[in-house]
Design a protein around this ligand. Structure first.
Ligand code: HEC
Length: 143
């Protein structure tokens, strides 16, 4: 058999295996907390959808309001965040805090977009929010 073909086949096998491998840290949460966290998560995604829709319609103040109240520092109480975050590994909770702070910074950037007409910094700030979603999802799981 062609040796190059064999080497290629092996490389494909091994690289696929490492891609499929789940390296996320499993976090054990009591059931009510896990349900609560997943319901927060679904709301996070809905909030992002609303925010991008508002931005596309130049409704900057509304985008800012949704970001601040549903994802930003003002959302912590309604999300029961301090109780939840005390159950999480420190580094995971820190990513959550970074996400809330980034969302509050986005709210300010979105309001600025209304004033100076530029969306670049708003989108850059929004991407910083989403980087924290990605960071946590790549590192941790609860199921
Ligand atoms: C501090 C960590 C953390 C942050 C930050 C975070 N998530 Fe999650 N999210 C998780 C974990 C853990 C899961 C469950 C993954 C698993 O167990 O497979 C999850 C699950 C989800 C789910 C699936 C919910 C369900 O019902 O199955 C959605 C949707 C989601 N996240 C959206 C988001 C969005 C959008 C953001 C950012 C705005 C975000 N998350 C930020 C940790 C986080």
């Amino acid at each position: 058999m062609n040796i190059k073909l064999v080497v290629f086949f092996l490389i494909v096998c091994f690289s696929h295996q490492s891609l499929a491998e789940d390296v996320r840290i499993k976090v054990d949460l009591p059931m009510p907390a896990r349900d609560h966290m997943m319901s927060n998560m679904r709301d996070h995604l809905m909030a992002l959808e609303t925010i991008t829709r508002k931005l596309s319609r130049q409704q900057y103040d509304e985008a800012a309001e949704v970001a601040e109240t549903r994802l930003g520092m003002s959302s912590l109480k309604s999300h029961g965040a301090s109780h939840l975050s005390s159950m999480l590994p420190k580094q995971m909770a820190a990513i959550g805090t970074r996400m809330h702070k980034a969302a509050s910074r986005f709210a300010i950037a979105a309001k600025d977009a209304e004033l100076d007409g530029g969306l670049n910094s708003a989108f850059s700030a929004l991407s910083e929010v989403m980087q924290q979603c990605v960071a946590c999802h790549s590192g941790y799981r609860v199921h």
